[in-house]
Design a protein around this ligand. Structure first.
Ligand code: SF4
Length: 127
């Protein structure tokens, strides 16, 4: 995705005070905040903000059912199309991989280990 398209998508965000998109996210990602950083061309800060609530940011951007969660709660979606939060998140994740930005872990934050458990079926009922 070209930067111009990313900016266009980000500019559709109204920075709602109530943050319904955040409430729709199971991880409570600061969606308004990371989109604001994208608007200001501060991509690394957008990535770091997302890392506050997820250690798998580049993956979440790809596999989360955004239409059912954050995008499904977006105010813009009431009268039209919701903000493309998933595309913006995926863009930041791709940039993080390309630039080699560090993926921090929960262990680094609280000195505890975690396990990742794979569900047998995905939210979209794929096989
Ligand atoms: S609900 Fe939609 S428009 Fe409002 S802050 Fe969240 S992403 Fe932006």
């Amino acid at each position: 995705m070209e930067i111009e398209e990313v900016k266009e998508l980000a500019d559709r965000c109204l920075s709602c005070a109530a943050k319904p998109c955040k409430s729709g996210c199971p991880l409570s990602n600061d969606i308004t905040g990371f989109i604001k950083y994208i608007k200001n061309n501060e991509y690394r800060k957008a990535y770091e903000l997302l890392l506050d609530t997820t250690v798998l940011q580049p993956i979440c951007g790809r596999i989360c059912p955004h239409k059912k969660q954050c995008e499904g709660s977006c105010i813009r979606g009431i009268k039209g199309e919701s903000v493309s939060i998933g595309k913006l998140e995926a863009f930041i994740g791709d940039m993080a991989i390309k630039e080699g930005w560090k993926i921090n872990t929960i262990k680094e934050k609280n000195n505890k280990k975690i396990a990742v458990v794979r569900r047998r079926t995905c939210w979209n009922n794929c096989k």
